[in-house]
Design a protein around this ligand. Structure first.
Ligand code: SIN
Ligand code: CO
Length: 368
């Protein structure tokens, strides 16, 4: 763990760097070369259920194409200046989900996904900034990262790709396999492949205030029950019948002011929202489901893994899984907190108290 953060403890990393300043950690994961070959990433990028992009550079111009691609799309590419990127690698490759576990010092509530890019020399997505905290972990090959702290975040207009109009690097490093660069949000950066290379990006989302408020208004719309109906036995004669009267506006204002929400609403809204999978995520129920007894026997023998697409969070006696809220307590709570924290339950544990929920989730395809 200490090499991952350049010798810092997770606590020191959070205090000094997280959401504040970059950190370069050489040999963060010694011997790490990644876990994909160029052929494998290209195959992933041909799948309709995988989100992928291809970015081709011509001088200072970048062109982006969205997947799914055909194998032939890659055959016609030159030897230089392009990169292919695949989102949510943790959903598709078990090694990807395991890699994310190394970043367990940051809360799951903030985790977005693991992205991977494969680039040929000169390839990259251009100078840009992200609204994410991101750990850029170098896999096989070398990449040159240049970064800058700047307020000048103006983008080149009319481009799908959010490329900075001006970029003056303040620091530049060549990253080799196993090196890690952490960047807080809004840091301008540009990664150019020096050789054929892979970069694994672990991204942590920071939603805008507008997004939080929109989510909360959606939550309130679904959960508020307001009684009563407009009544005006006290109606006063108006000189302009078309005018909205003080009396009417005040009555409506009083209705609005009767709307109440509390910490429990915030908790439910945040838990449901942050555990909600993105719109394009689907779960496949098992084709020939085991009986509950067989499922539990297998869980005892081999343990259980949360489907990497599932999001499982908790607070107090409430558990949130894939947008749903469940009250849990006692031994069930103990077991499911372990599953939430580690994304798995080891073999040999007594899972009886949580059997009903675990089996229901297995039937949904939320567990493997
Ligand atoms: C890349 O892997 O080329 C881009 C990653 C990033 O800049 O966030
Ligand atoms: Co970036």
């Amino acid at each position: 763990m200490t090499s991952l953060l350049g010798g810092l403890t997770p606590q020191n990393f959070l205090t000094r760097h997280w959401h504040k300043t970059p950190l370069l950690a050489r040999a963060a994961i010694p011997g790490f070369l990644g876990f994909l070959t160029p052929a494998e990433i290209k195959t992933l990028a041909t799948r309709a259920d995988v989100q992928s992009r291809l970015v081709i550079r011509t001088g200072k111009r970048f062109e982006m194409r969205h997947g799914p691609f055909r194998p032939i799309d890659f055959k016609s590419l030159p030897d230089r200046d392009w990169t292919v990127l695949v989102q949510e690698l943790n959903h598709w490759v078990p090694d990807g989900a395991d890699l994310l576990n190394q970043f367990n010092f940051a809360p799951h509530a903030r985790l977005d996904d693991l992205m991977v890019s494969y680039a040929v020399p000169g390839g990259g997505v251009g100078p840009h900034f992200d609204s994410y905290d991101v750990f850029l972990l170098q896999g096989f090959g070398e990449r040159r990262w240049s970064i800058a702290k700047t307020r000048d975040l103006e983008l080149i207009p009319n481009s799908d790709l959010k490329i900075l109009k001006r970029f003056k690097p303040q620091s530049t490093w060549d990253l080799d396999a196993g090196d890690l660069l952490y960047l807080p949000p809004q840091y301008a950066h540009d990664g150019v492949a020096l050789s054929e290379c892979f970069t694994y990006s672990i991204g942590f989302r920071a939603p805008t205030h507008q997004e939080w408020v929109d989510n909360f208004l959606d939550y309130l719309r679904d959960s508020l029950v307001v009684k009563g109906r407009y009544a005006d036995p006290d109606l006063a004669l108006q000189s302009h019948p078309a005018e909205l009267s003080d009396q009417l506006l005040k009555k409506i204002r009083d209705i609005m002011q009767s709307v109440r929400w509390n910490d429990a609403d915030i908790r439910s809204c945040v838990g449901r929202n942050l555990s909600e999978p993105k719109n394009h995520i689907f779960f496949e129920p098992p084709e020939k489901p085991l009986t509950k007894a067989r499922f539990m026997a297998k869980a005892y023998e081999k343990g259980l893994r949360l489907n990497p697409r599932s999001r499982l969070l908790f607070r107090g006696n409430l558990l949130f899984i894939n947008g749903e809220e469940i009250l849990f307590k006692g031994e069930t709570r103990r077991i499911l907190i372990q599953l939430a924290n580690n994304s798995q339950l080891s073999a040999g544990g007594n899972l009886a108290a949580a059997a009903d929920l675990l089996y229901a989730w297995y039937l949904e395809g939320w567990l493997n």
